[in-house]
Design a protein around this ligand. Sequence first.
Ligand code: MG
Length: 338
Amino acid sequence: MIEVKIKRLELAHTWTISRNSSDFKDNVFVRIQKDGIVGYGEAAPNVRYGENAQLTVHKIEEAKGLFAEHDLYNYVDLKTALDKKIIDQSCAKAALDIALMDWIGNALQVPLYKLWGLNISRSPLTSFSIGIDTPEIIRQKVKEASDYPILKIKVGTKDDEMIINTVRSVTDKPIRVDANEGWKIKEEALEKIQWLKSQGVEFVEQPMPSTMLEETAWLRERSDLPIIADEAVKTAADIPKLATAYDGINIKLMKAGGLLEALRMIQMAKALDLKIMLGCMIESSVAISAAAHLAPYVDWADLDGNLLIKNDPFSGVKVKDGQLVYNNKPGLGVEGNF
Ligand code: MG
């Protein structure tokens, strides 16, 4: 049996990036129950990819029947069937895939990282994201983030210099920046990147629009900082063409359509010698915990979506001083109010 529910996640601060602004997110939660075993999943619909909560619920309802037709232990077959059934609204696929893998872990009584043979002591520290804001609020947010050793700063506006100067006025910890496709002219982007390098920035995420692959390749040739694809990559099929223009990719379960596709992306990125970042949307502990089970595989983690909300309905993998703290419970290791 599969149940679906929309829950409103309230943000601690208004969340602003170069594209848009929000005070809450309506995420879609899934619960699978079969043979007395439960699995939880979550979708975080994103307007950038034409997704919303109602469409996501609809897609999940449409694909539900596949779970009755398959033996859940044959989850590879079920993934193939989901790939055929859900083409857009990849977050809907992610919710079902996460719930499926939680169910598998619970059925086999192992945490997912153990199922995949991963050493959790290899998980990188997670960064904490600071959205676009006034200098006053940015200063306050950076101070509130004192427990996190690495910050990810949203840029991609005409005020980028002010934003970074404001952050640097309160902290000298390592920072990463995400322009969310906000820079449209390659020469200007290069100038910004070289200046950011002088400010102790480690890498730049999606400096230019995902469609500007040639311009990004031009930029990468000249940039002193690694350039990471985010909006330009959703699934494994997108990766080969990016290897000429980017140094790495940001994998998110919502774009990939779940854990199994994310695993495929990890293997492909490694084969192409690309760096791997593991990111998230605004998500509860369900989807964040799911991603955390893959973290030992990656170079950089940015799994802070649940830390930005006030009313997380679940708990699971936690963060202490930037370190992911796993609980050794089976599946995702999450519990809470569905
Ligand atoms: Mg990003």
